[in-house]
Design a protein around this ligand. Structure first.
Ligand code: ZN
Ligand code: ZN
Length: 248
């Protein structure tokens, strides 16, 4: 009798991951179509639309997306482990593995890179799309959330460009002009023990986080309330305690 071939678990896992990524990508694209149809009406209403308010919403959403990228990145770098329920395998593991092999992200496809944030963005988008559009405030909220979602969607791709030796010329220009996360800014994050420059969309909020020691203060509050040691799972309890005492 011919030898029964065992299924390759790793291959099956990769295929399932790829299918999930494509489905998430298509779901986000469909949501974009709904948003564009709704937002399109906003531009047709002369009484609602002003160019200055659009620029304010655009810049505000970039700023918020960058802030969120910093908070999410810090959360997954600092707390829990790859075994944490739901978020462990989905978010914590990729962030921790990225510190060990920072260049592997450059081999990810656009779909693989950009769909990592969609699990959180899609339910929020659906909720916002259900808001009845009655005037300038509801249209502005819709546009604001839509733009934040697009920038969150693009964040990991922007992060990938920050690691590439030779990103496209237009991306290099956007990095140099600080419109997208500059490579040098993100390089600071990859210096051990990975406790600075968490924001990875534009990097605009990194000086704010550093100046006010935002994450160190937040870590102290969380430790006081829960007793959890920041980075205990990532670098070991003793090293994490030492780092915490140094206030790094
Ligand atoms: Zn990190
Ligand atoms: Zn990185």
């Amino acid at each position: 009798m011919a030898k029964i071939q065992q299924p390759n678990i790793e291959e099956i896992r990769m295929k399932t991951d790829k299918t999930r990524q494509v489905l998430r990508f298509l779901a986000f694209l469909s949501i974009c179509v709904f948003f564009l149809l709704a937002v399109g009406k906003f531009f047709l209403h002369r009484e609602y639309f002003s160019f200055l308010s659009f620029i304010a919403i655009f810049l505000g959403s970039l700023l918020v997306a960058d802030f969120l990228s910093g908070v999410m990145h810090w959360t997954f770098d600092t707390w829990g482990s790859s075994k944490t329920f739901l978020v462990g395998p989905l978010f914590i593991r990729p962030f921790r593995e990225h510190h060990v092999d920072e260049k592997s992200i450059t081999h990810h496809s656009f779909i693989q890179a950009s769909t990592s944030g969609t699990a959180t963005v899609i339910p929020i988008c659906i909720a916002v799309l259900l808001i009845p559009l009655t005037g300038v405030i509801s249209y502005s909220i819709l546009m604001f959330v839509f733009l934040i979602s697009v920038f969150v969607f693009l964040t990991n791709q922007i992060h990938k460009w920050a690691h590439m030796y030779n990103p496209p010329a237009i991306i290099r220009f956007l990095q140099k002009t600080h419109i997208l996360l500059p490579q040098i800014d993100h390089h600071i994050h990859h210096i051990e023990p990975f406790t600075q420059s968490y924001a990875i969309t534009t990097g605009w909020t990194n000086p704010f986080f550093t100046k006010f020691q935002f994450f160190r203060h937040t870590e102290k509050i969380i430790t006081r309330i829960t007793g959890a040691i920041p980075r205990a799972d990532d670098i070991g309890v003793e090293a994490a305690k030492e780092l915490m005492e140094k206030g790094n």
